[in-house]
Design a protein around this ligand. Sequence first.
Ligand code: KG4
Ligand code: ZN
Length: 335
Amino acid sequence: MILAIESSCDDTAAAVIQNGKILANVVANQKIHENYGGVVPELASRAHQQHIVPVVKAALQQAGINKEELSAIAFTVGPGLMGSLLVGSSFAKSFALGLDIPLISVNHMQAHILAHFIKDEPDQKVPRFPFLCLTVSGGHTQIVLVKDHLEMKVVATTLDDAAGEAFDKAGKIMGLTYPAGPQIDTLAKKGDALRFKFALPNVADNALSFSGIKTSFLYFLKAEVQKDPNFVEKNLSDVCASIQHTIVMHLMVKLRKALGKYQVQDVAISGGVSANSALRNKVSMLGNEMSKGVFIPKLEYCTDNAAMIALTAHFKFLKKDFADQSIHPRARLSF
Ligand code: KG4
Ligand code: ZN
């Protein structure tokens, strides 16, 4: 029975897992960043401090257990915002010390991928090793070759911004609140994805890049708004559909290349941007075309949550892979 804590960015989350089965999964979002166009680190860590005790209490209550029944405490050690990570890690370390039980550190990006192994139904299918996972979040964009639960290799990564950041920045330019990704997704449903064209980045097969897309989007809108100050309002759905199409096409070009290079039976997506409906459709189509099994997480397991931290901790617990009290969170952390 493991309590897992996630606090790497702007969601304070706690989950309880027993023998690999999720008993509780609680998330407190932080509305405070809405008007800033992105997460404000100092505000995020203060909000984590306010949320962490009620969120952990709620998770224990939802699981119907008391803290003495716990076998270990898990927490996100990185990557993420240092101030945010410190709140979760300090809490987890103190709790484990107080209860005299093991501490388990979890890599947030590894956990996003292992979300595919959360079995809400007993006969739920899981990806077969090795498989490729496109991990797309607000801070990361990677294609990962997953050889085993705890053995992963990044085979392509972004040179600059992350895909989620590209959505959020495009939204900010259009005057949408943070996080803009889900709003762009909704608005794009009524728009024409091919109306406005933005150049796709020309980078190596194992690289992705979003800064050029962002800049060309900014200059395009500036020029249009100069001609017609109401351009954004008049064309919002088409603009959203077109920028979403560009971001998704870039991801798909790179995923197709990786699928051509690595021998895998299955392909998966994970991270906040895997909630995007256009990406979900395109990955399903690509998988079918290339005869791969396709794994797309439930919406609740796309964005940050502690259930994925709990499941990763479950695999680490089985290996007795425990952390020491001297462990420090890491803003940057690879596999
Ligand atoms: O994984 P996540 O919750 O947090 C990080 O680890 O970064 O990802 C958050 C990101 C944000 O950039 C948000 O705009 C994006 O995921 N996102 C979406 C959608 N839902 C969340 N982007 C596009 N379409 C969506 N439906
Ligand atoms: Zn995340």
